[in-house]
Design a protein around this ligand. Structure first.
Ligand code: ADP
Ligand code: MG
Length: 292
């Protein structure tokens, strides 16, 4: 593309809330056929809310929420914020955890009142050699509603579960319809559970899901698609998404997301919603057409 057409597109993009890093991003995006989207914070609001606390028999709700909230004070994950805020809203007094440890893609661990406590997903339970016991059915029912379920483990046994909901952004369904019309194949990649991922994807008509992925898996999924000849764009918001944004032919960051995501991306969507991708594609195609 000529410097002039790139400058025009960059200016127009800025007016439309699409920040274009360089000419390469604009040129490459016209050729992209596959769009990978992160779930949390990209398709959804990214501000999960605590919606349920269910104790296992022999435990009570306040105890389960106190353990969960006490541990999560040490984490900066959006799920942690949902739990801490939810506990405070229910007037549960949180304590202090010792030996806090975050385990990527699984959850958190620590010691509360001298006892080992863990909180996390099925992978966390697996790591501890446990299963969800009586709570598995109710966990699955909630996942089928699109909620994210986390188990609370006290001293080697499941004490209960907490569940959070993260609503889909108002702008997401229409943006995905428009992106489909533009011919993209849309794949959702998430660290969340497969059932939860399916429930969210089904509502949105997403073509394919990759669930239970660890942050490093997102970049690997992209390089696999690239080796099959696909031209891949990735949209994400999190610190965890940065390697995938860098690996993609075009990285697209949510302006509302982490700085490192924005630094790794060719496009930044100022408002943090997917409408911007539709605009970016149109700009990209128009620019490439003008210079031919
Ligand atoms: P993503 O941002 O793609 O949804 P993450 O890798 O951040 O994925 O998290 C994946 C999963 O790991 C979460 O859905 C949750 O089950 C578990 N997890 C991660 N961090 C925490 C945490 N602080 N507390 C509880 N669970 C967590
Ligand atoms: Mg995210």
């Amino acid at each position: 593309a000529t410097p002039m057409s790139i400058m025009t597109a960059t200016g127009r993009g800025a007016q439309l809330g699409v920040l274009i890093k360089n000419a390469e991003a604009l040129e490459r995006f016209a050729k992209v056929d596959t769009l990978i989207v992160d779930k949390t914070g990209t398709l959804t609001e990214g501000k999960p809310k605590l919606v349920a606390v269910l104790p296992e028999s022999g435990h009570d709700e306040t105890e389960v929420l106190r353990l969960a909230g006490t541990l999560e004070k040490g984490s900066e994950h959006p799920l942690a914020e949902a739990i801490v805020t939810g506990a405070e809203a229910r007037n549960v007094t949180l304590g202090k955890a010792d030996d806090f440890e975050a385990i990527t893609g699984k959850g958190v661990k620590g010691v509360v009142d001298g006892k080992p406590v863990a909180l996390g997903n099925a992978k966390m339970l697996e790591e501890l050699g446990l299963d969800g016991g009586h709570l598995v059915d109710v966990a699955n029912t909630r996942r089928d509603e699109g909620e994210t379920v986390m188990f609370v483990v006290l001293d080697g046994t499941v004490a209960g579960l907490v569940s959070v909901a993260d609503p889909v952004k108002e702008t997401t369904p229409a943006a995905l319809r428009a992106l489909h019309k533009l011919g993209f194949r849309i794949i959702m990649a998430t660290g969340d559970n497969e059932r939860t991922a399916k429930a969210v994807a089904a509502k949105l008509g997403i073509d394919e899901i990759r669930a239970d992925v660890l942050p490093e898996d997102k970049a690997r999924i992209i390089s696999e698609l690239q080796s099959q000849g696909k031209k891949v764009a990735m949209a994400g918001d999190g610190v965890n998404d940065a390697p995938a944004l860098a690996q993609a032919d075009v990285g697209i960051a949510m302006g509302t997301g982490a700085d490192v995501a924005i630094e790794s991306a060719g496009f930044t969507l100022v408002k943090g919603n997917l409408d911007g991708i539709v605009r970016a594609r149109k700009l990209s195609v128009a620019t490439m057409r003008n210079i031919k």
